[in-house]
Design a protein. Structure first.
Length: 85
């Protein structure tokens, strides 16, 4: 019984807190648009964090994606305009 409790507590500490502009961008791409390039939220979030570290303007991209209204070609253009160069 103790090992089950310990495992439960250890796993609870491993949860990822999604916050910031990447959270907003990924909510739009994954939840709203069902954008095929990101099959899961965590795929999107991990990629977004990496792009942000490389100099991507995530807030600008999020606004662009929102304005794209889930149009795949416009979303790709947002990535080109605001993604890391």
């Amino acid at each position: 019984m103790r090992s089950w409790l310990f495992l439960s507590l250890a796993l609870a500490g491993c949860s990822t807190a999604y916050t910031g502009p990447c959270d907003s961008l990924c909510n739009q791409l994954v939840d709203t648009c069902n954008y095929a390039a990101y099959p899961t939220y965590s795929d999107c979030y991990d990629g977004c964090i990496y792009a942000q570290q490389q100099g991507s303007d995530v807030a600008g991209e999020r606004q662009c994606v929102q304005n794209a209204n889930c149009d795949t070609f416009q979303i790709v253009e947002c990535e080109h305009a605001y993604g890391a160069q």
